[in-house]
Write a protein that binds this ligand. Structure first.
Ligand code: FES
Ligand code: FES
Length: 166
């Protein structure tokens, strides 16, 4: 099958590759770029494990073809930490609040929460729950994921994080 040359910026670095028209973006990211932090759960747009930041939007990367990302600016979980390896506020929040168990949903959750906090820096608990409603976690029951995002919002905003009584 004829292949198309694509270029895009991923985590601040220009990358390129040859892809078939049917190649999903998640497969390009994982197999050609070897960025395996972006997970595949369903490949049918249901679970959110493959969520990346795509031109300033949360996008399930199993839902778009790699050719559709030609010229795009993407962030994956590998781009969330600083160059010196220090964790982003969200990564720290998930660690501190035990926002993961098996970790399968976590890269997608963090990328989704990243965009949520860009759009709404101080979300309520209800806004967080709605904001991550496209991302499924089979382990945590979501409570600690919500706390992790609240922790990150407080850290980014320089406000005090108080754990709500359950
Ligand atoms: Fe993309 Fe589940 S793998 S939404
Ligand atoms: Fe296991 Fe979310 S931590 S699926």
């Amino acid at each position: 099958m004829a292949k198309t040359h694509v270029t895009m910026k991923v985590n601040g670095t220009e990358v390129e590759g040859l892809v078939e028209p049917r190649t999903l973006l998640v497969h390009f990211i994982r197999e050609q770029l070897q960025l395996t932090g972006t997970h595949i759960g369903c490949e049918t747009t249901h679970c959110g494990a493959c969520t990346v930041d795509f031109n300033g939007m949360s996008v399930k990367s199993c839902t778009v073809f790699a050719v559709q990302a030609d010229g795009a600016d993407l962030t994956t979980i590998e781009g969330m930490a600083s160059a010196d390896g220090s964790l982003s506020a969200l990564q720290e929040g998930f660690r501190m609040m035990h926002g993961l168990q098996c970790g399968y949903c976590t890269p997608g959750m963090i990328l989704r929460a990243h965009r949520l906090l860009q759009e709404n820096p101080a979300p309520t608990e209800a806004e967080i729950r709605i904001g991550i409603s496209g991302n499924i976690c089979r382990c945590t029951g979501y409570q600690n994921i919500v706390k992790a995002i609240q922790y990150a919002a407080a850290k980014i905003n320089g406000t005090e994080f108080r754990e709500a009584a359950e």
